[in-house]
Design a protein around this ligand. Structure first.
Ligand code: CA
Ligand code: CA
Length: 293
């Protein structure tokens, strides 16, 4: 199995980045990733405001996927996430959704041993590994790795994890896939502004659906399809996700808009992925049987 090392990373998603790795459709490969700070924090004496970090969320890549064409859908199967031996959570006044209540700046290193996070001597819990940043080159220009969008990016959606699939639109031949910003755990919302930030190795397999349009990222779990929408406000992101979900239900079930809208209301959940990035990210959770053939 090929291993793509973290020495090649991007700081923004763009088709102008030269591909560093190449992979075939159906091939299983491994990608090594930095944590969101590029590994800058190794001990608790280092504080966020005194450590200089030029960019956030370095994403390993770009990975050029042979035979994937503009206009396809890229299907990324997450097969495994192997975490490094420790994660970090920094805090400083102003950070996250309750930033005005943070009076003291501090850094917490959280050891990870055999899938257990050692938060303190008295509190340990099971890790829930996930990929914070994963995306392709956007249609136009460049998008910093700290932002989410229709191309993927910093979606911070905890269901992007082992056993699930992520579908992304392909805007350029080869797709230019890149990923990073793993979390050992992160709740919906990413409320203090970070997960347990950690590096690691991700095992992936990519396939494609030929010449099929996709307006935004979709995550497939065992039970549902999640329409991932990122916009400036929760309201705008919700509308975008709902429109995409209703359109998909309408098409698959050959329904009027009104009936598809009814099914959205009766059976689908709106959930928050993250509230702390330059755009917020929500998801509309549609039960699988509504979208199966
Ligand atoms: Ca993130
Ligand atoms: Ca992160």
């Amino acid at each position: 199995m090929k291993l793509f090392g973290k020495e090649h990373y991007i700081t923004s998603f763009s088709a102008k980045n030269k591909p560093k790795f190449f992979v075939d459709l159906g091939e299983t490969f491994q990608v090594e990733t930095h944590d969101c700070y590029g590994g800058a924090f190794t001990n608790e004496n280092q504080l966020r405001t005194s450590v200089s970090i030029d960019y956030i969320n370095p994403a390993t890549g770009p990975i050029y996927i042979n035979d994937v064409k503009k206009g396809d859908i890229l299907c990324i199967e997450v097969k495994n996430i192997e975490l490094d031996s420790q994660g970090v959570m920094v805090l400083y006044p102003g950070m996250g959704t309750l930033g005005d209540k943070v009076k003291v700046e501090d850094t917490k290193i959280i050891p990870i041993v055999e899938n257990t996070a050692y938060f303190s001597q008295h509190l340990q819990f099971q890790v829930q590994p996930m990929i914070g940043v994963i995306g392709v080159a956007p249609l136009n220009g460049e998008v910093l790795c700290e932002s989410p969008g229709d191309h993927g990016g910093n979606m911070d959606t905890k269901y992007i994890t082992s056993g699930n699939k992520l579908y992304l639109p392909v805007y350029h031949d080869g797709a230019y896939l890149a990923l990073g910003d793993l979390h050992a755990a992160m709740g919906d919302g990413e409320l203090d502004g970070s997960g347990i930030e950690i590096g690691g190795k991700v095992t992936l397999k990519v396939t494609r659906k030929e010449k099929q349009p996709l307006s935004l990222p979709i995550v497939e779990t065992k039970e549902s399809f999640m329409f991932i929408a990122s916009e400036k406000t929760v309201e705008k992101a919700s509308e975008k996700g709902m429109v995409a979900a209703v359109e998909a239900i309408q098409k698959k079930q050959s329904l009027t808009f009104n009936d598809a809208y009814r099914l959205l209301s009766a059976l689908c959940d709106i959930q928050i992925s993250q509230l702390v990035n330059p755009l917020v990210t929500i998801r509309i959770n549609v039960p699988k049987y509504l979208l199966h053939n």
